[in-house]
Design a binder for this molecule. Structure first.
Ligand SMILES: [Ca+2]
Length: 71
């Protein structure tokens, strides 16, 4: 067998053209400044997951009862 030092003849079709956020998956949230991808379920879960806290900062107003959250 001889190794061919070349490229395969692949059709130059642009692969997936999807409206993804950055490189995040469709079920992920892109941290605004730090650029991480976290699971969408981690957004607005009252736990900071993004380094820039954007997953918690851009939540819709949540009704928080009088009980402060202790971490
Ligand atoms: Ca979070």
């Amino acid at each position: 067998m001889t190794s061919i030092d070349g490229k395969f003849d692949e059709p130059n079709i642009s692969k997936s053209i999807e409206p993804t956020y950055h490189n995040c998956g469709h079920n992920q949230f892109l941290c605004v400044q730090s650029g991480e991808c976290i699971h969408i379920m981690l957004r607005c879960d009252m736990i900071v997951d993004c380094l820039d806290r954007s997953d918690e900062e851009f939540c819709a107003p949540i009704l928080i009862n009088k009980n402060p959250i202790k971490i």
